[in-house]
Design a binder for this molecule. Structure first.
Ligand code: GLU
Length: 473
C-alpha cells in the first residue's frame, strides 16, 4: 500500500468525482467544468501584533462554482491552511449544497494562523483585514459570496465580518446576509450553532432505519443502544455526541488532539467539555480510561464512528484497523481515497461528509433567507397557530366532554418558534437527502459506495443547473 501515490486533498476530491462521473451521462467537457475551481483568491496582508511586530498573514478565498449565486462556505483558521485544502473544501461545498437543494455555489476561505496563539484583539484585526480584502475584490456580499464559521471560527468572527462589511458598504439594505453563523443579536438564526451536529444525527438516524442497510451490517434498527465513538469535541463533535446520547446511544469514546478517553457505559459530552475547560485536557476524566494515543479511538470496536475534526485522519496507515460498522463523516474529508477502498472491501458503510455535514450550510441558508426577509421565523404565525389550536381543542373537548392532560395541552397549543422551524427544516432536508442518495445506490448495484452515490446525485444536479443556464449551446 505504501507504494501508492499519496493524493493531496483536492486530488482526493477529484478522484472521488471521477469515480462517480462514469455513472453519469454528462459529456467530458461539462464534467471538467463542474469539477474545476472557478476563482481562487490568494492574498497576503500585514497585521501589527500586540508586541508591535508585523506579521504577514497568508489567506485564501476560493469560489469553486457560480452555477448558483451566491457562493457559500465557511472560513477556517488553522496552521494547516493551504490553497489545495481550500480548493478541496470549496468543491465539497458545491456538491454539498446541490445534494441538499440549497441554491448556492460552493466556496471556502482559510487563514493560515493558529487562533490559540493570538490574542482576541489580534484575531479581530486579522478577521477585519481579511474581510476588507474580500470587499476590495468583490469576493463577499449577500448576492456574491457568503462566508460562515468553519474549523477555528465561530459567532464572534462572523460578527466582526458583518460589522466590517456594513461599515464599508453603508446603506446596503441586505448587508446582514453577507455572512452566516452570526450571533442572534447580529442577525443570526436560532438553531445554527447545533445545526451541523444535529444534521449528522438526522442523517445517520435515517440510515439506521433502513432495514436493508442494517441487515447488511448485522445491526439492529434504530439509534437506541448503539455504541458511538466521536473524534473531535469542537462544535460539530460536541453536538453530534449530544444528540446521539440524548436519543439513547452510548458515546463510549471521545478523542481530541491531546488524547482520547473511553468508558463502556457512555460519556456525557457536556461533562467532558467542562472537564477539558477546567484542566486543559480531556484526559483523566473521572470514570473513564485514557487511551494510549488519540488515534486509538478510531480503531475501537463500535457501531458508529464519527470523525468530526479534520481531513485525512483515516488513511492507508490505519484504515485496516478500523472496526466500526458504520462511519459518519461529520468532518470534511476525514477519509482518504485509499481508506474508502479498504472499507468497500470490508463492507463498512461510510456516510459521506458532503451531505452528512450539510446541516450547517442548510441552516445558513435559512439564516440568509431570514436576513433578506428582515423578519424572524415564526413572528407572523406563532400566535395565530396557538389561537387556532386553542379553538380546535375547545371544540373537541366540548363535543367529547373529555379534557386532555395539561402536558398534552401544551404540546397541542404550541405555535412554532424560530428554532422549531429551523430544526424541522433541517430534519426534512437530511431525511430527503439520505433517501435520495440511497435510492441512487440501490438502483445501480455497480456503484461501490455511498460516497460515489452522493457524488452522482451532486453531479447530476449541478449538471442540470449548468445546462439550464444555457451556456453550452
Ligand atoms: N463550514 C460549514 C461547512 O463546511 C458551513 C458552511 C456554511 O454554513 O456556509 O459546511
Amino acid at each position: 500500500m505504501s507504494s501508492q501515490k499519496h493524493y493531496s486533498f483536492f486530488e482526493s476530491v477529484e478522484k472521488s468525482f471521477d469515480k462517480a462521473s462514469q455513472f453519469t451521462k454528462w459529456e467530458k467537457g461539462l464534467l471538467e467544468q463542474i469539477k474545476a475551481c472557478n476563482s481562487v483568491y490568494s492574498m497576503r496582508f500585514p497585521v501589527k501584533m500586540d508586541d508591535g511586530s508585523i506579521e504577514v498573514i497568508e489567506a485564501y478565498r476560493v469560489q469553486h462554482s457560480q452555477h448558483k449565486s451566491p457562493c457559500k462556505g465557511g472560513i477556517r483558521f488553522s496552521e494547516e491552511v493551504n490553497q489545495d485544502e481550500v480548493m478541496a473544501l470549496a468543491s465539497l461545498m458545491t456538491y454539498k449544497c446541490a445534494i441538499v437543494n440549497v441554491p448556492f455555489g460552493g466556496a471556502k476561505g482559510g487563514i493560515k494562523i493558529n487562533p490559540r496563539k493570538h490574542s482576541v484583539y489580534e484575531l479581530e484585526k486579522i478577521t477585519r483585514r481579511y474581510t476588507s480584502e474580500l470587499v476590495k475584490k468583490n469576493f463577499i456580499g449577500p448576492g456574491i459570496d457568503v462566508p460562515a464559521p468553519d474549523y477555528g471560527t465561530g459567532e464572534r468572527e462572523m460578527a466582526w465580518i458583518v460589522d466590517t462589511y456594513q461599515s464599508l458598504k453603508p446603506g446596503e439594505i441586505d448587508a446582514a446576509g453577507c455572512v452566516t453563523g452570526k450571533p442572534i443579536t447580529q442577525g443570526g438564526v436560532r438553531g445554527r450553532k447545533e445545526a451541523t451536529g444535529l444534521g449528522v444525527f438526522y442523517g445517520i438516524r435515517e440510515v439506521l432505519h433502513m432495514p436493508d442497510v442494517m441487515e447488511k451490517l448485522g445491526m439492529t434498527i434504530g439509534v437506541e443502544g448503539k455504541t458511538v465513538v466521536v473524534q473531535g469535541l469542537g462544535n460539530v463533535g460536541y453536538h453530534s455526541a449530544k444528540f446521539f446520547r440524548e436519543h439513547g446511544a452510548k458515546v463510549v469514546s471521545i478523542a481530541e488532539y491531546e488524547g482520547a478517553i473511553y468508558n463502556e457505559n457512555g460519556l456525557n459530552e457536556e461533562e467532558v467539555f467542562q472537564h477539558r475547560k477546567a484542566t486543559g485536557s480531556i484526559l483523566n476524566f473521572p470514570g473513564a480510561t485514557n487511551l494510549a494515543k488519540s488515534g486509538d479511538a478510531l480503531e475501537l470496536a463500535c457501531d458508529i464512528l464519527i470523525p468530526a475534526a479534520l481531513e485525512n485522519v483515516i488513511n492507508e496507515t490505519n484504515a485496516d484497523r478500523v472496526k466500526a460498522k458504520l462511519i459518519g463523516e461529520a468532518a470534511n474529508g476525514p477519509l482518504s481515497p485509499e481508506a474508502d477502498e479498504v472499507f468497500i472491501k470490508k463492507g463498512i458503510v461510510v456516510v459521506p461528509d458532503m451531505y452528512l455535514n450539510a446541516g450547517g450550510v442548510t441552516v445558513s441558508y435559512f439564516e440568509w433567507l431570514k436576513n433578506l426577509s428582515h423578519v424572524r421565523y415564526g413572528r407572523m404565525e406563532k400566535r395565530f397557530t396557538e389561537n387556532m389550536n386553542s379553538h380546535i381543542l375547545e371544540q373537541i373537548e366540548g363535543l367529547t366532554g373529555k379534557q386532555v392532560s395539561e402536558a398534552q395541552r401544551k404540546v397541542i397549543m404550541h405555535g412554532a418558534e424560530e428554532v422549531d422551524l429551523v430544526h424541522s427544516g433541517l430534519e426534512e432536508t437530511m431525511i430527503t437527502a439520505t433517501r435520495e442518495i440511497m435510492e441512487i445506490w440501490r438502483n445501480n448495484p455497480s456503484i461501490p459506495d455511498m460516497r460515489t452515490a452522493a457524488y452522482v446525485c451532486a453531479i447530476n444536479k449541478v449538471g442540470v443547473s449548468y445546462t439550464e443556464l444555457g451556456i453550452f449551446p
